[in-house]
Design a binder for this molecule. Structure first.
Ligand code: ADP
Ligand code: TRP
Length: 328
């Protein structure tokens, strides 16, 4: 089974990215053939500062490696190391109905947030479909917010095979973690870089503590019972604490006599138990960017070989073989 996913280098990674995507990605590397990439072509839809884009690209790489991604197991690469993906995006755009793109929620959301409504942003799902289809991926682990993009990819795959009357591209399925489909941010909305409500994975402990203490709660007095189902602190505790401890907190909420501050303090401890060691590895790796770039270069070569094999078939069924292909 081939697994593929990508993350945009558009900001520092946070708990939502971890539980919604990265944790699953790293877990799957032991069981399947995994391809993970840093979507820097996609990030161009929101970042035009070259230094920042370079820095954030390295940042995503460091984060994956610090959390345990093993480049000997998974193919880990920069999207731009496989330029063929932009060629496939063009070919797919020729079989993609305009109406399909016009229905995309993420385009409307991003324009509402103030991004420029340019063609790159509009065509974003076509490039994402190319990312997935060029590696004949079977499974795409992502958070709930990406579900529509995977459905659109399935549509484009069907349209392509139908238009050229050959089963060249493979239908991918989404894999969305049930317990972490939408991780809430400190204000209770979906945790997202664009809402400034994140808890970053490798921020200094002091900053993490401050963010956790700022999680929005209701004003139920300490002595009264509280609702664990609607509490943002509890939602994060559920992700970080062992099962028995979650049951314990659940009971303490319902009983009353507990302040939200106690739950927040425990959440901070659990955060540190989980991320202190990876944070150290992250700091260490950060001192060796060349080592990281070598890993990405090697991943890029492996990914590109797979992409080129698909593109040869794609060009052939479309009647687009290059002159070099034709003369041998
Ligand atoms: P952001 O919303 O912060 O810009 P991205 O869109 O770059 O995050 O998401 C990268 C990956 O992390 C995607 O697979 C996405 O579905 C997942 N993800 C992001 N935020 C969350 C969240 N709050 N809950 C669950 N998954 C998330
Ligand atoms: N759109 C995804 C996000 O914002 C990133 C992405 C680009 C992606 N190409 C992909 C995810 C291919 C999965 C598969 O998170």
């Amino acid at each position: 089974m081939r697994v593929l996913s990508g993350i945009q280098p558009s900001g520092r990674l946070h708990l939502g990215n971890y539980f919604g995507a990265l944790r699953t990605h790293i877990g799957l590397q032991h069981e399947h053939e995994c391809f993970y990439f840093i979507a820097n072509y996609h990030a161009l839809t929101s970042i035009t500062d070259q230094t920042r884009l370079q820095e954030l690209t390295l940042e995503v790489a460091l984060t994956y490696l610090a959390l345990g991604l093993d480049p000997a197991k998974a193919v880990f690469f920069r999207q731009t190391d496989v330029p063929e993906v932009t060629e496939l995006a063009w070919i797919l755009s020729c079989v993609t109905p305009l109406g399909l793109l016009q229905r995309a929620h993420s385009y409307k959301d991003k324009v509402a947030q103030g991004l420029s409504p340019n063609h790159g942003l509009f065509a974003y799902p076509v490039l994402q479909a190319a990312d997935i289809l060029i590696y004949k991926s079977n499974l795409v682990p992502v958070g709930q917010d990406q579900a529509q993009h995977i459905e659109m990819t399935q549509d484009m795959q069907g349209k392509f095979n139908q238009a050229f009357n050959r089963e060249v591209l493979v239908r991918p399925e989404p894999l969305i973690s049930a317990e972490a489909a939408i991780v809430p941010g400190i204000d209770g909305r979906k945790m997202s870089k664009s809402y400034d409500n994140t808890i970053e994975l490798f921020a200094p402990p002091k900053q993490v503590h401050k963010r956790i203490m700022a999680i929005k709660t209701d004003s139920t007095p300490v002595e009264e019972p509280k609702n664990p189902q609607t509490c943002n602190v509890m939602a994060l505790l559920r992700l970080l604490a062992p099962k028995e401890e979650v049951a314990d907190w659940d009971a303490r909420y319902r009983k009353g006599g507990m302040g939200y501050g106690q739950a927040k303090q425990r959440l901070y401890e659990l955060f540190e138990e989980t991320f202190a060691a990876p944070r150290q590895r992250y700091e260490e790796l950060k001192r060796h960017p060349n080592q990281v770039n070598r890993i990405l270069a090697d991943g890029g070569r492996r990914a590109r070989a797979a992409a080129q094999a698909t593109m040869r078939e794609v060009r052939e069924v479309c009647g687009l073989l290059t002159t070099d292909d034709l003369v041998g």
